[in-house]
Design a protein around this ligand. Structure first.
Ligand code: C5P
Length: 239
């Protein structure tokens, strides 16, 4: 277990650049990564494999209970891909790195994530990632719930329009057809669900360093964050 002084939390809405910032920080410090969103995404996939319809607006209590049981027994594993250096998630031994990255999987994740008992069921699993020498934890409630004693808490945000545009450009680059308006609506729906839920809503921790990346590229974001860390936690040193 690493102590709470060796944890950096990176929270914020989808598409603000948290994943890339987390990766850069993990490489810089040579620390571990927790991609908590991947856990919720995998749970969404696992629930759908069990026949639960996550496209409905309101989940029934019965579905909520089934999803919670699935969360408790989820056979999930994270392994570093030695070539790409990215952490890849596995469900029952199957690599889901690509399939959980769709917008539908993001919507499904945000539905299962709104169930309080599900969040409870995944809490200990997330805390287990705090292994020496340190952890960069990426999510929505890393600084407010899961690692609320972390010394460094970053909240990375950007306007919904800007996040939709980035996602659009990313999909076009991958040769995947995309619709800007549909992406914007999807991002706004997910933001709303994440911000309005009663348990662990998406809000910056009171002691978070807030960075708006709307007008910044990822190198500028990384520099601002490093400068803040150097000032607030000078004992955090690069590898
Ligand atoms: O970060 P990512 O986009 O992969 O997260 C997918 C969804 O999982 C989010 O929209 C959110 O609803 C949920 N989530 C969460 N708490 C976290 C991480 C993700 O509720 N710590």
């Amino acid at each position: 277990m690493c102590n709470t002084t060796n944890i950096i939390t990176v929270d914020g809405p989808s598409g603000a650049g948290k994943g890339t910032l987390t990766q850069l920080l993990a490489e810089y410090f040579d620390w571990n990564i927790l991609d908590s969103g991947a856990l919720y995404r995998i749970l969404g996939v696992a629930s759908q494999l069990e026949g639960i319809d996550l496209t409905v607006d309101e989940l029934s209590n019965e579905s909520g209970e089934k999803i919670t049981l699935t969360a408790r027994s989820l056979d999930v594993d994270f392994k570093v891909n030695q070539q790409s250096k990215q952490v890849e998630p596995f469900l029952n031994g199957e690599n889901l790195a690509k399939s959980i990255r769709t917008d539908d999987a993001g919507q499904a994740a945000s539905k299962v994530a709104a169930i309080p008992a599900v969040r409870d069921a995944l809490l200990a699993r997330q805390k287990d990632f705090a292994i020496a020498p340190g952890l960069i934890a990426d999510g929505r409630d890393m600084g407010t719930v899961v690692f609320k004693h972390a010394v460094i808490k970053i909240f990375l945000t950007a306007s919904a329009e800007c996040r939709a545009k980035r996602r659009y450009e990313q999909l076009i680059k991958q040769g995947v057809g995309a619709n800007m308006r549909a992406l914007l609506l999807s991002i706004q729906a997910r933001d709303k669900r994440d911000q309005m839920r009663p348990v662990a809503p998406l809000v910056p921790a009171a002691d978070a360093f807030i960075v708006d990346s709307s007008e910044l590229n990822i190198e500028q974001v990384f520099e601002q964050v490093l400068e803040y860390i150097r000032e607030k936690a000078p004992n955090f040193t690069s590898k």
